[in-house]
Design a protein around this ligand. Structure first.
Ligand code: GLN
Length: 477
């Protein structure tokens, strides 16, 4: 059952939120031992939230647009009094004193927070294998990765545990796992969804966004999340965008730029699905033209300077004093070193070292400042492209889901997963991955739609059209 169906059934009293919650908890208990989408299941909290929703329905109060819908939360979203680990040992024992704004918005909308999901440590990775608590398995094939870093949230929806989940996307961490798991995943315009209570990775790139089985359900959740928040100084002062009403509007007359720079480096089966999607959209009335944006190819290099640079600064706060883990030693400096040595995993340490190096005196201009100039080039390249097309179309990830363990010893191979998703993060633009058929291995392929800043309505409109023309698969919703 999708989110809209659950909410409608609960709102009209056809089903109780308690019954929906018990079903979701039972599914997790039965099958998550193998998949490991969740780091923590919030059974008691979920039950009391569901009971409150049922009480609202019984008393004739509006229970909210997500009434009784179970939602899974990536474990870098602060939940008051509930462990929030970011997939890291360094936050062992830390319980945030407040809820992230998105968690409050979900609660106010009547959603039921079912649990906290597994992720690459501090959202650094593309397979969820960098979690300190073991990997998540892809629900479509248990020997494959679910993608990352929001792999647990993608898997929770793909496994049918929750109709909705939240992830964060700094370089592709919502869209890439959505593609690999065969679900919809969307990154909003930077500033559209509050980051208050999202543990920071790279603050100029991070954005929270929805996962769902369908475009309509993702739009429903996005409309709840996209609110101005005075607690986040980068939050935009805009009203809710009402994207749900446009997902079935079709693409008649929409100018779609088919972007070879977001296709050519991909595996042939993935590329073939993107070209098929373009053809099907043209048949549905869109005006499809090829448009090359060669600057996108430099995005990856710029990202892997800028994101580690910001991370090296953001992660300085894990000093053994303020949060979680402390490994005692003879003085403060030794304690700080021992704590960080024990608490961080290899990829996080690599990023801290890369970022510190890129920001250090003598290297700043050559690396960090240069990467910022490349970032500006990417922004300008988008502007040129959007002078002649309304949206861009490409692949989300270069391949379908790869085997567990395949890329853990090769950071560069892992980084290459983000080649098609990073440009939107650098520019702060919205983008979405929509399932479109399968690869030669029978596993899901995601097609990516990219739109200019604040063009979320158009983005969801085109995404809805992609979904409407996509081939049916065994897991189509
Ligand atoms: N895979 C990318 C990285 O490791 C993106 C991560 C993300 O979007 N959080 O940095």
């Amino acid at each position: 059952m999708g989110a809209r169906d659950v909410a409608a059934a609960v709102r009209t009293g056809q089903r109780s939120a308690r019954e929906v919650t018990e079903e979701a908890l039972a599914a997790v208990a039965a099958r998550d031992g193998e998949i490991h989408a969740f780091l923590e299941v919030l059974a008691d909290n979920a039950r009391s939230q569901a009971t409150a929703v049922d009480a609202a329905v019984a008393e004739g109060r509006d229970p909210g647009p997500l009434a009784g819908v179970p939602v899974a939360l990536k474990d870098n979203l602060c939940t008051r009094g509930i462990p929030t680990t970011c997939g890291s040992r360094i936050l062992d024992g830390w319980r945030p004193p407040y809820d992230a704004t998105v968690v409050e918005l979900l609660h106010a909308a009547g959603a039921v927070a079912l649990g906290k999901t597994n992720m690459d440590e501090f959202a650094m990775g593309s397979s969820t294998e960098n979690s300190a608590f073991g990997p998540t398995r892809n629900p479509r094939d248990h020997d494959k990765v679910p993608g990352g870093s929001s792999g647990g949230s993608a898997a929770a929806v793909a496994a049918g545990f929750t109709p909705l989940s939240l992830g964060s996307d700094t370089g592709g961490s919502i869209r890439q796992p959505a593609a690999l798991c065969g679900v919809v995943g969307m990154k909003p315009t930077y500033g559209r969804v509050s980051r208050y209570g999202l543990v920071a990775f790279a603050s100029s790139l991070d954005q929270i966004g929805p996962f769902a089985a369908t475009v309509g359900d993702a739009a429903l959740l996005y409309d709840v999340l996209a609110q101005h928040d005075p607690c986040d100084t980068t939050s935009l002062r805009l009203d809710s965008p009402a994207t749900l009403e446009v997902v079935e509007a079709g693409v008649d007359g929409v100018r779609i730029g088919l972007c070879p720079d977001l296709i050519e480096g991909c595996a042939p089966d993935v590329a073939a699905r993107v070209y098929e999607a373009a053809e099907a959209l043209a048949a549905a009335g869109a005006k499809v033209d090829e448009i090359s944006v060669p600057e996108f190819r430099y995005g990856l290099s710029a990202y892997y300077i800028i994101a580690p640079a910001e991370a090296s600064s953001n992660l300085a706060r894990y000093d053994g004093v303020r949060y979680g883990l402390r490994v005692d030693a003879e003085d403060a400096a030794a304690m700080n070193k021992a704590t960080r040595t024990a608490g961080f995993g290899a990829e996080v340490k690599r990023r801290i070292m890369l970022g510190t190096y890129a920001l250090s005196a003598g290297y700043y201009d050559a690396y960090y400042a240069q990467a910022q100039r490349v970032r500006t080039l990417v922004v300008q390249a988008f502007e040129r492209a959007y002078a002649s097309v309304d949206v861009l179309l490409g692949a989300t990830a270069p391949t379908t889901a790869f085997p567990l363990g395949d890329k853990v010893d090769d950071p560069m191979a892992m980084y290459m997963n983000d080649i098609c998703t990073i440009p939107s993060n650098l520019a702060g633009h919205p983008a979405v991955s929509v399932p479109f058929g399968v690869g030669d291995d029978g596993l899901p392929v995601g097609v990516q739609v990219l739109a200019p800043a604040l063009a979320e309505r158009l983005l969801f409109q085109v995404a809805g059209a992609v979904e409407a023309v996509a081939p049916r698969t065994e897991w189509s919703a």
